[in-house]
Write a protein of this length. Structure first.
Length: 375
């Protein structure tokens, strides 16, 4: 998550002038580490599905949720490394700690720190040793309901703790949601697509992937590899005997690289329509992409790389579209790579004249690399 994508979320929460089960305001940094740890535990164990936010530099709603900001030398203000080191030093059950990221926003000219606690299905989090620093935390499970934290001398209701465990093991998900979660954890699957078409999850064998036979096909990106031969098939994602969803997959470079079929984006740039291929990791095809690329995240085959862009979610994708539109002069000045030029020459030799231009895709890809380096 970038500051640009986080800012509208935080502004909306501030405008609500209330706190909730996944966000908490603090005008100043915590006076003691016990209070900080308590807040992090409560937010991390919230049953909310989505990221949680500890927002530092905003007054309590009882005082109007005014933005007061934090100074550069504010007492108790922490960096991301400070937060990570602090959590690493605590005795969490099973070594299972919340995943965090600190993002500083400039709101109305003032700095506001937002500690983002990721929505990871690893609840409940709790300590295996008592902690005392201003507040005395025990070894029970804390959570947050509405705008209220579990008191430090109490424990979350048993029913809430049970729901946390159900979330941890995916028992609260629909079969489709569960399938998508399992795809994002490829190590749990019995899969050997080099020799087999099908795969199943070792712990939950009712979840299976069945691939069809493939047929030769062609796309401009086929020529991005040493061998242009490409093949297209359909993968079924099955729970028991029910097909939950289907996705196309492609073999590239004469079956050396297996990927989901990418989406194609069309965007007006430099006075005409340009294209690029991409994956959205928040979509089912993005889960399948994570599954298939766990051992080859570079998308390479024999030194050639698939010209596909990867986005975390729709907001991340939109941010790139906005970046492209705002940097068309930079785009026009980019020289296509030698590999892209060779691919176009191969296309021409084979008599192809596609509407999708590999040189433009390469230039967009180079600008994407620059953008990724700044986000």
């Amino acid at each position: 998550m970038s500051p640009a994508s986080l800012e509208p979320i935080i502004r909306e929460l501030i405008a609500s002038k209330r706190e909730g089960d996944y966000w908490d305001f603090k005008a100043k940094p915590h006076e003691n580490k016990g209070s900080l740890l308590h807040d992090v535990l409560c937010l991390a164990n919230s049953l909310h599905k989505g990221d949680r936010y500890l927002i530092l530099g905003v007054e309590d709603p009882m005082k109007g949720a005014a933005i007061v900001g934090l100074g550069p030398t504010e007492a108790g203000r922490k960096t991301q490394s400070n937060f990570i080191d602090f959590l690493r030093d605590q005795k969490f059950a099973g070594g299972n700690r919340p995943t965090i990221k600190l993002i500083t926003l400039i709101l109305d000219g003032l700095e506001v720190d937002v500690l983002v606690i990721a929505d990871v299905p690893a609840k409940p989090y709790w300590l295996t040793e008592n902690y005392t620093d201003g507040k005395r935390l025990g070894q029970q499970v804390y959570t947050r309901v509405g705008d209220t934290n579990t008191p430090v001398d109490k424990s979350a209701d048993v029913a809430l703790v049970e729901k946390m465990w159900r979330q941890r093991f995916g028992l609260d998900l629909s079969p489709t949601e569960r399938m998508r979660q399992l795809l994002r954890e490829p190590a749990g699957w019995d899969v050997g697509f080099d020799t087999k078409r099908n795969a199943y999850h070792r712990s939950f064998p009712d979840y299976q992937i069945k691939r069809s036979a493939t047929e030769p096909f062609w796309e401009p990106y086929s020529h991005s590899f040493f061998n242009k031969n490409s093949f297209l098939g359909m993968a079924e994602f099955i729970y028991n005997s029910t097909i939950l969803f289907e996705l196309e997959y492609v073999y590239l470079d004469e079956r050396r690289l297996l990927l989901p079929a990418p989406e194609t984006e069309q965007i007006a740039l430099l006075g005409h329509e340009m294209h690029y291929y991409y994956y959205d990791l928040s979509e089912p095809a993005g889960d399948f992409f994570t599954f298939l690329t766990s051992k080859n995240p570079t998308l390479e085959s024999r030194g050639s790389t698939a010209p596909f862009l990867v986005f975390r979610d729709k907001a991340n994708h939109q941010a790139f579209r906005d970046y492209l539109s705002a940097n068309q002069i930079k785009l026009a000045d980019i020289v296509p790579s030698k590999s892209a030029q060779l691919a176009v020459q191969a296309l021409q030799r084979d008599g192809h004249s596609p509407s999708i231009d590999l040189l433009e895709i390469d230039r967009i890809g180079q600008l994407y690399s620059v953008w990724r380096g700044t986000t």
